[in-house]
Ligand binder design. Structure first.
Ligand code: ADP
Ligand code: MG
Length: 286
C-alpha cells in the first residue's frame, strides 16, 4: 500500500468515452477522493455519468484513460478482478437483482459461493439478514417480500464477503418515500456501526440529505460538491430560505409584527439563520 492508501477511493483524471464516431464523454477527467468510512451521495441528471462512475470504481467497466486507486492500489494492475470485487466491493442496484427462485437466505449466500464452506455461508447469511432486520424472512422468496425488504436483502447480499466499500446505484429508485427513507436509515446505520464506506447514487434530495457529502455530476464531470451539516443545521438552512426566514434575515419588522413572534425570539432565530446560511447545500442544489 502506498501513501495514497489514506483514501479508500482516489480517481485521477478518470475518463470513459463511448462511441467511435461521435464521442460521448461518460466520464470526463474526474478527480475524486473518498476517505474510509464516508457516506457519500452522487446526484446529477440522467446521463451525467453516475452509473459509469460506480461501474468503473467497482471494476465492472474499464476506463478509457485515467486511474482508479482503491486503498492506493491501481485497479488496472489487479489481475484477478473477480477476487477483487468479491473481497472489496459490494453492489446494490435499483433493481434488486435477487434470484427469484431462491430464498432470501440463499440469495445472500450466493456471493460467498466459492469463497466459504456451506456451513459458514449459511451462518453468515443468517447474521446478515438479522443485521438488516429480516431475520424472520429468511425463507421467503423475493416475490413474497416488499420492495423495501428486497432491497434490504440486496444490501445483506452486498455485505456477504465483508467488503469495506458498497456502491449503491439508485437503491431507493423504485421505492416509495417511506421505504426509501427506511433503506437510507439502514445504510446510515451500517455506515456508522460497521464503518462501511457507502457511495449512493440518488435523484432524491431527501436521500442525499441523509449523507454527509453530496457530489453533483453534470456531463461526465463533477460539477460541485456540498458538505451536509447536521440534520438540524440543514433544517435551519432550509428555513433560512423560506419566506419567514427571509423576513427575519431582512429584519422586516412590519411584516413580522403580524406573526406573533417576539423581538427576542426573532433575534435568536436571526442569529441562528445567519450562522447557518452559508453552510451545506442551498436550495438550488438540484
Ligand atoms: P447516469 O447514470 O448519470 O444516468 P450513465 O453513466 O448511465 O449516466 O451514462 C453516461 C453517458 O454515457 C450517457 O450519455 C449514456 O448515454 C452514455 N452511455 C452509458 N453507457 C453506455 C454504453 N454502454 N454505450 C454507449 N453509451 C453509453
Ligand atoms: Mg444511472
Amino acid at each position: 500500500m502506498t501513501e495514497k492508501g489514506n483514501w479508500i477511493i482516489e480517481t485521477c483524471d478518470l475518463t470513459r468515452i463511448y462511441g467511435d464516431g461521435e464521442k460521448i464523454y461518460a466520464l470526463d477527467h474526474v478527480n475524486l477522493h473518498i476517505s474510509p468510512g464516508e457516506l457519500v451521495a452522487i446526484m446529477g441528471p440522467s446521463g451525467s455519468g453516475k452509473s459509469t462512475l460506480l461501474n468503473v470504481i467497482g471494476a465492472l467497466d474499464i476506463p478509457t484513460s485515467g486511474q482508479v486507486l482503491i486503498h492506493g492500489q491501481d485497479l488496472s494492475k489487479i489481475r484477478n478482478k473477480d477476487q477483487f470485487r468479491a473481497s472489496t466491493v459490494g453492489f446494490v442496484f435499483q433493481m434488486h437483482n435477487l434470484l427469484p427462485t431462491m430464498t432470501a437466505l440463499e440469495n445472500v449466500e450466493v456471493p460467498m459461493m466459492g469463497h466459504r464452506p456451506p456451513w459458514e455461508r449459511r451462518k453468515r447469511a443468517k447474521e446478515l439478514l438479522e443485521l438488516v432486520g429480516l431475520g424472520n424472512r429468511s425463507n421467503h422468496l423475493p416475490g413474497q417480500l416488499s420492495g423495501g425488504q428486497r432491497q434490504r436483502v440486496a444490501i445483506a447480499r452486498s455485505l456477504a464477503n465483508n467488503p469495506p466499500l458498497v456502491l449503491a446505484d439508485e437503491p431507493t429508485g423504485n421505492l416509495d418515500s417511506v421505504a426509501g427513507n427506511d433503506l437510507m436509515n439502514l445504510i446510515r446505520d451500517l455506515n456508522t456501526s460497521q464503518g462501511i464506506t457507502f457511495i449512493v447514487v440518488t435523484h432524491d434530495l431527501n436521500v442525499a440529505r441523509q449523507t454527509r457529502r453530496v457530489i453533483v455530476m453534470a456531463d461526465g464531470k463533477i460539477e460541485r460538491e456540498d458538505t451536509i451539516g447536521s440534520p438540524i443545521e440543514e433544517d435551519l438552512k432550509i428555513w433560512s430560505h423560506s419566506d419567514l426566514g427571509k423576513l427575519i434575515l431582512q429584519n422586516d419588522r412590519a411584516a413580522l409584527a403580524d406573526l406573533a413572534i417576539t423581538t427576542d425570539q426573532m433575534e435568536a432565530l436571526r442569529e441562528i439563520f445567519e450562522q447557518n446560511a452559508d453552510k451545506g447545500p442551498d436550495k438550488e442544489m438540484v
